[in-house]
Design a protein around this ligand. Structure first.
Ligand code: SAM
Length: 220
């Protein structure tokens, strides 16, 4: 007699970002949404942006990325106080290609030029210069990937995205379980602080990629 086989939902592995995007595509399909935006904070060499395009392009009209293209900024006092827990993150870590190189790479691979915006600069300087109204005019934000590692960077991002989110936005926090998973440090701390005053609440969806956690955004 054969033993029933229950296929593990993740094939025994951690859910990959690509498979998460595939599920999000299904979810968007069944949610009756029109085309909207994909926001990404922490573009590095464009791999996650490309994964988003390959899977979500039927639902995304604009891919909008924000990065220094110089790696991490100088550590803030909060980040510096926790370096023992993430010893590999320092100023300049995760420096990839230049903005132009990443742009060329993504356009050559196949993201249409008119759908791609890459905003260069450290968030402290670059985000205040962005007209958020123009971003909301592009359509609802379907997916927002926050992958900028540090408390200080994530804090600036959460404040920035407050008016850009919408009911049902997928908020993907790539660094949620860093700093040994502590709620007192890193992206998780910034997220918890933001939630206290934000007009948005979140529903937990689940973990991805080991370090990351996915949420859906709702009005409080
Ligand atoms: C882990 S990498 C992103 C990886 C990318 N999402 C991927 O999966 O291919 C983190 C990125 O965040 C950027 N970053 C972190 N803090 C930043 C800040 N304060 N301002 C601008 N960029 C920042 C770094 O330059 C780096 O490219």
């Amino acid at each position: 007699m054969s033993i029933p086989y229950y296929e593990p939902t993740q094939h025994g592995d951690v859910l990959s970002r690509l498979n998460l995007f595939r599920f999000i595509r299904e979810h968007l399909y069944h949610s009756g949404v029109s085309k909207g935006t994909y926001l990404e904070f922490g573009v590095f060499n464009g791999d996650s942006m490309w994964d988003a395009h390959t899977t979500l392009r039927g639902f995304i009209s604009h891919y909008i990325g924000f990065d220094s293209f110089e790696g991490l900024p100088p550590l803030s006092p909060e980040d510096a106080a926790a370096t023992k827990m993430m010893p590999n993150w320092n100023e300049g870590t995760v420096r990839g290609g230049s903005r132009q190189q990443v742009w060329n790479h993504l356009v050559t691979k196949g993201i249409p030029k008119e759908q791609l915006s890459l905003h260069e600069g450290f968030y402290e300087d670059s985000l205040p210069k962005i007209e958020r109204q123009k971003l909301t005019e592009l359509g609802p934000c379907h997916v927002c990937l926050v992958d900028c590692d540090l408390y200080s960077s994530s804090k600036l991002v959460f404040d920035f995205i407050e008016p850009l989110l919408t009911e049902g936005t997928w908020l993907l926090l790539d660094d949620y379980f860093c700093y040994r998973g502590s709620p007192k440090h890193g992206q998780r701390r910034a997220f918890n602080e933001w939630l206290k005053t934000s007009r948005w609440d979140v529903t937990e969806w689940g973990g991805f990629r080991g370090w990351g956690k996915a949420f859906l955004v709702h009005e409080k």
